[in-house]
Every structure is written in structure tokens, then in C-alpha cells.
Design a protein around this ligand. Structure first.
Ligand code: SF4
Ligand code: SF4
Length: 117
């Protein structure tokens, strides 16, 4: 499953550069599927099958705290043994997102989709 940042986040910025998928954004920052991925143009999101414009700037998920885009979070599968955001977070506010449950095969497929493999 994806990781979610709770409202205990202290906006310290430690996690942002650790994410291999650019799934983490600053509060109030717009996000795209294409940021630091191989995605561009019209793409089909794994899992939901939604067709989206990878280059479109999307509304921030949070204006108050750092946030994670679930469609870009792979729990760091294929890169690291554990979620890097959770590993570096000083207040342990990066936790499993029960609303976005995925098994390892799904997470690896998402990683391959993001990075054009
Ligand atoms: Fe990024 Fe990994 Fe955290 Fe997901 S678990 S947001 S991929 S650092
Ligand atoms: Fe928030 Fe934790 Fe990321 Fe710091 S490391 S910005 S406290 S989620």
C-alpha cells in the first residue's frame, strides 16, 4: 500500500529528497505524474485504469503539510528495502495508507510504469 503523511508532520523537508519516485510534495505545491518520471502525455494509471495527462499540474493534496501522491508511491519497492520517507521522518508520521492497499506485485508494476521499464 502507499504511504500517507499524517497531520503530525512538522514540515521539516527531510523526506522530500529521499523519494525515488518524486511522490512527495511541499504543502500547497502542485504535482504532476511527469515530475522526475518517464511519464508524459496521456497515460493510463495502473490499478484504476484512469486516463490522465501526465504533464498536467494537479491541485495540492494538502496546503498544510507535506503530502504523498498515492499513484506515485511504491513503498520504495524496487529501490529500497523500506519506505525511505518513514525511515528519515523525525516524528514517524509516514504511515501505511489503508485507503490505498496494494501488494508487492502491484507496487513493482507501478514502479515500472513510472520509470518506463
Ligand atoms: Fe516515496 Fe518511498 Fe515514501 Fe512512497 S514510501 S512516498 S516511494 S519515499
Ligand atoms: Fe513531514 Fe516527516 Fe517529511 Fe519531515 S520527514 S516533512 S515531518 S513527513
Amino acid at each position: 500500500m502507499a504511504i500517507i503523511i499524517t497531520d503530525e508532520c512538522i514540515n521539516c523537508d527531510a523526506c522530500l529528497s529521499e523519494c525515488p519516485n518524486h511522490a512527495i510534495y511541499e504543502p500547497g505545491e502542485e504535482w504532476t505524474y511527469s515530475d522526475d518520471t518517464e511519464l508524459s502525455g496521456t497515460v493510463t494509471v495502473p490499478g484504476t485504469g484512469a486516463e490522465v495527462d501526465a504533464d498536467q499540474e494537479n491541485d495540492p493534496i494538502s496546503d498544510e503539510f507535506y503530502y504523498i501522491v498515492p499513484d506515485k508511491c511504491t513503498e520504495c519497492k524496487g529501490f529500497h528495502d523500506e519506505p525511505q520517507c518513514a525511515a528519515v521522518c523525525p516524528v514517524d508520521c509516514c504511515v501505511p495508507d489503508a485507503d490505498h492497499e496494494e501488494d508487492e506485485d502491484q507496487l513493482l508494476a507501478k514502479k515500472a510504469w513510472l520509470h518506463g521499464e
